[in-house]
Design a protein around this ligand. Sequence first.
Ligand code: ARG
Length: 460
Amino acid sequence: MTNKMWGGRFSSGPDAIMEEINASIGFDQRLFAQDIAGSKAHAAMLAKQGIISKADEKEIRKGLDAIEAEITAGTFTFSRALEDIHLNVESRLKELIGAAAGRLHTARSRNDQVAVDFRLYVRDTVDHLDAQLKDLQLALAEKAHVHAATIMPGFTHLQVAQPITFGHHCLAYVEMLARDRSRLADARKRMNESPLGSAALAGTSFPIDRHDTAKALGFDRPTRNSLDSVADRDFVLETLAASAICATHLSRLAEEIVIWSTAQFRFVKLSDKFTTGSSIMPQKRNPDAAELVRAKPGRILGALTALLVVMKGLPLTYSKDMQEDKEPAFDAFDSLSLAIAATTGMVKDIAPNEKEMRKAAASGFSTATDLADWLVRTLKMPFREAHHVTGSLVALAEKKGVDLPELTLADMQTVEPRIIRDVFKVLTVEASVASRRSFGGTAPKNVKREAARWLKLLKA
Ligand code: ARG
């Protein structure tokens, strides 16, 4: 069978394999709403400009509405012989309204059509991801507000470093997600120009109004170069890059949830909502959701890499290679969306085990820095010397099998005779976190204030 849409020049139909490799309808049917919105804007503009009649435009609009309803209801029959969403819609339009359908494609090509559809789709995706990220920030800021003074160990090298608060840790992710959102917003700003009306590549001889269609579709303005309009997919690349960074942030939190919920750490407990059991070991509660969030950056970065490789070295303007831009991107955006939803669920669900976290925070000589700072402040010791003295005190405590606050004053004075009882005030984890009042520090007062600030911002 010859292709119904441009059969004129072709005497025989495509080979079955040709049809299979060529068709994108299996995945680009996702763009139906954007495709129909683009077509309506185009038809309305054609009528305003007197390029098609008002009557034809009305027929086209009614037909497109009917098609949208059919697709939404699941009664539309997609045909692989019709290649892609654009031709599937146009062909159905012809069945529904007859000759007027043939005027819709005036001054347009599938090259600008797909460019506008995909921009609209990615823009919608960015808006959706942004709303989801905001919800996750809210969940984290709420946890931070409740746990502004809940003490846990802060780690470097996954070794206990200094006591911090759980709230402070939650707010670290709120900051990362804020940057993720601003990266997406940046990408959105740059992508929000309409390629519609660039036609195949060179523009058109019809007196179209690209400003009109840009405005109708919520774009800030039309793109300025018809070749660039149909040839680039950097808006997808940028959004994928921002998505990959965001997924990487989520994976770090996921990894922490995995570690924290082990029997060795016991910092947090996840409810049955976000864990699974083992088919053989009845005692197990596995953090599968966290593990999957941890794994997602693989496919998202994979999608970015795949599209960079597709685009690299492609001569201007459109080449069919570019049809390969969609599947990995769809998968990446779906994956990120699911990962954000799962992370939000886990954050809301997570119950910190304050007793265990405090115990761990007090272990591993975590207030050694506080001791060194005390030596500097009280004895006017240079920090490097204080570091050395503290090291000797840690070695002594290690030898005796005790933690720093459990050393006696006499013990301490064997290392530095000028130490007085006052030193014990700084050796508790509570005193340690309370003293970290520098801007951005972990002091519960700071954390409470920051959490409140975020909550206000996010709820505004
Ligand atoms: N399905 C195509 C794509 O996704 C639409 C554009 C087709 N253009 C063309 N000249 N064959 O890229």
